[in-house]
Design a protein around this ligand. Structure first.
Ligand code: NAD
Length: 352
């Protein structure tokens, strides 16, 4: 099957493949749209079962970035990189230098940053090879650095807004929240939820990350197999995508889904399945935009942390608009968000 026939191909502007045996870099960069500006989106390092899985991931993730940046009002298009890692392969400076050269070869059409499996230190190496990178260490109150705390902050605010909308509560105190995946974002989210008095249960396949999360006072663990179906008010998927599908949705007991993971819905129709079950779904790329807001402001320069906070503070109002429109038109929230994003992209930079 050619990439053009791939079900997730959405007239992406460009798809670049990199294979550098000397450094071990095998990567794909997909630029979905530069209609609103250079394509911005993180780089994911993952062991994919097949190359096709990697292509599927990068096609979906890059389109999601176009939508995310548009709805967040950022002057960026959408793109994403995936590094296809061999099982157990260590990170190396050479690998990230090679990634930097790959990003640089695109002449600024793609601006990279951290995603799953990539740290601030890795991006520091990428910066040695290209200026088209963000999510670097900062100093003196300027925007930037690790985007995960900002993502978690935005998810927390969005989760509270979704709880208010669906459950009629003003705060999460006393609510039960299940967090799937307690890596960079999930851990910060757990802390915020506990500080606000929520009962938090977590699951992770990584023992170290799980231990860090259960080290937070009052956080309980369940097995990764149980977390999606836990008897909770709110489910926060903060691991990987495709967790909401025809098999999982009928068994979910939460009334609200509000989490950080990209591409939570396996297919567009899964939004319908959730709506039919009366589950309020906060569209992933709207609620998890905190990190890219920080990354974008760092890249553009001259923004303070306060300005980033003010922008992230707007996530709940965007979600509430989507929730209300969905209720008014009897459509699933993901379709309302996608339609909004497509309108913004079609209208061009002036309107965004
Ligand atoms: P991370 O790699 O730090 O954490 C992911 C965690 O999920 C890891 O601890 C991993 O072990 C765990 N996990 C994987 N499979 C699991 C499973 N089946 N069950 C339970 N746990 C599992 O990644 P992150 O940066 O925290 O990002 C989490 C999600 O949020 C990703 O989907 C990412 O694309 C998305 N996201 C992250 C950011 C950000 O700022 N980091 C921004 C937007 C979206």
């Amino acid at each position: 099957m050619s990439v053009f026939d791939h079900p997730e191909f959405d007239r992406h502007e460009a798809i670049h493949f990199f294979d550098e045996p000397a450094t071990g870099l095998r990567a794909i960069i997909a630029v979905h749209s530069t209609a609103l500006g250079p394509g911005a989106g993180g780089c994911r390092r993952w062991t994919y079962c097949t190359d096709r899985d990697a292509i599927t991931d990068v096609l979906r993730l890059s389109r999601g970035m176009t939508y995310k940046n548009a709805v967040a009002g950022l002057p960026f298009g959408g793109a994403k990189a995936v590094i296809l890692e061999s099982p157990g392969a260590p990170k190396s400076e050479g690998l990230f230098r090679a990634l930097g050269r790959a990003v640089h070869s695109l002449g600024g059409a793609y601006v990279t940053a951290e995603d799953v499996g990539i740290s601030v230190d890795d991006m520091r190496i990428v910066r040695e090879e290209t200026p088209y990178v963000s999510g670097l260490p900062t100093s003196g109150g300027g925007a930037g650095g690790d985007p995960s705390p900002w993502t978690a902050y935005g998810v927390y605010l969005g989760l509270v807004a979704a709880a208010r909308e669906k459950l009629g509560v003003d705060a999460v105190r006393g609510l039960r929240v299940a967090v799937q995946g307690v890596g960079s974002v999930g851990l910060h989210l757990c802390k915020r939820l506990r500080d606000a008095g929520a009962d938090v249960i977590v699951a992770d396949v990584n023992r170290d990350n799980l231990r860090r999360a259960t080290g937070i006072d009052g956080v309980e663990k369940v097995s990764p197999r149980e977390i999606l179906y836990a008897d909770v008010d709110i489910l926060a998927p903060c691991a990987l995508g495709n967790v909401l599908n025809s098999e999982t949705i009928p068994r979910i007991r939460a009334k609200v889904i509000a989490g950080a993971a990209n591409n939570q819905l396996s297919t567009e129709g899964d939004g319908e399945r959730l709506a039919d079950r009366g589950i309020l779904y906060a569209p992933d790329y709207v609620i998890n935009a905190g990190g890219i807001i920080s990354v974008a402001r760092e890249y553009l320069g001259q923004s303070s942390e306060d300005e980033v906070r003010r922008e992230v503070d707007r996530i709940p109002e965007r979600l509430v608009d989507i929730f209300r429109e969905a209720a008014k038109t009897s459509q699933p929230t993901n379709r309302i968000a996608d339609a909004l994003a497509r309108r913004l992209v079609a209208a061009g930079p002036a309107a965004a």
